[in-house]
Design a protein around this ligand. Structure first.
Ligand code: CP
Ligand code: NVA
Length: 320
């Protein structure tokens, strides 16, 4: 029984298979020779809002021959307090797989354990694995292998998206720089969990830069200066400053992260031809300048479209 609960738990060979098969599903859209989900019903259980993840899974499941069943967590008994274990044991008897968007990572893990059906993390507070697989597929279709490249994440470095990027860098052998204020950086223990063994720090103006490396060339660098992070990077990446569930902190976050906007001046420091990506939804003139967003809209909306193709590769891998 396979699950996709995190990038942390994903075997690098499986990640590579999903990335390579994404191109196959993109090219073959509308003419898939085999329908791996034929006769299957897949539940989508969402406790948080979604446009891309929901639509790409609903369309992807249908196009692979299956039937998607969207369940807003508030409309089922889960929203009234029925335990996740019982929800899992019931759905495991009725549907063939589950795609879950929620808060606690332990909820998707418990669902997988108790349902006995393939379970996919469609975003938790800890990780967004489907997003990062899509992002890497998008990078590679435009620029070739990501191994050895430099990805600069600028903004809230402690939310689900950069955390998944950390595990991806450690597994796939590229450098990830995270530029964020100290309170918005991932804990050092997470770098160790990712297998980044040689963790060391060097002083920087009033701050420190922490570096962890993996034997395959994977590297994660945590720093305060977005300019240093962008220098010579192959990909600049950002995400919202206020993730779902953090709305009460909006005012403080907008203030704390104001210096961490991707704008043209930051992009100018990156490698010529560097890509700019955003997982979306985007807040213009917050985490990304409005005109910078438009300059890179072709990449960003290719990235959004690719959610569909990569979800299909994930579904194909998980059911094979
Ligand atoms: N990027 C992403 O997951 O978008 P949604 O929240 O719209 O699914
Ligand atoms: N970090 C964001 C990602 C949205 C796709 C959030 O959790 O809201």
């Amino acid at each position: 029984m396979k699950h996709l609960l995190s990038i942390e738990g994903l075997d690098p060979a499986a990640a590579r298979q999903i990335l390579d098969r994404s191109a196959h599903f993109k090219q073959g859209r509308g003419a898939h020779a085999t329908l791996p989900l034929a006769g299957q019903t897949w539940a989508l259980i969402f406790s948080k809002s979604s446009t891309r993840t929901r639509v790409s899974f609903e369309v992807g499941i249908s196009e692979l021959g299956g039937h998607p069943l969207f369940l807003n967590a508030n409309d089922i008994q889960l929203g009234r307090g029925e335990p996740i274990q019982d929800t899992a044991r019931v759905l495991g008897r009725m549907v063939h797989g589950a795609v879950i968007r929620t808060y606690a990572q332990s909820d998707v893990e418990q669902f997988a354990e108790h349902s006995g059906i393939p379970t996919i993390n469609a975003l938790t507070d800890a990780e967004h694995p489907c997003q990062i697989l899509t992002d890497i597929f998008t990078y590679e279709e435009k620029r070739g292998p990501i191994a050895g490249k430099v990805v600069a994440f600028v903004g809230d470095g402690a939310c689900n998206v950069p955390l998944s990027w950390i595990f991806a860098a450690a597994k796939l052998g590229f450098e990830l720089r995270i530029a964020a204020p100290p309170a918005y950086r991932p804990p050092l223990a997470l770098l160790q969990r990712a297998g980044l063994t040689h963790v060391f720090s060097r002083p920087a103006a009033g701050d420190e830069v922490i570096t962890g490396t993996a034997p395959n060339g994977g590297k994660v660098v945590l720093m305060g200066d977005p300019h240093e992070a962008a220098q010579g990077a192959d990909l600049l990446y950002t995400d919202v400053w206020v993730s779902m569930g953090m709305e009460a902190e909006t005012e403080r976050r907008l203030k704390d992260l104001a210096a961490y906007q991707i704008d043209d001046a930051l992009v100018a420091l990156a490698k010529p031809g560097a890509l700019v990506m955003h997982c979306l939804p985007a807040y213009r003139d917050k985490e990304i300048h409005a005109s910078t967003f438009e300059t890179h809209a072709a990449t960003i909306f290719d990235q959004a479209e690719n959610r569909l193709h990569t979800q299909k590769a994930i579904l194909d891998w998980i059911t094979s």
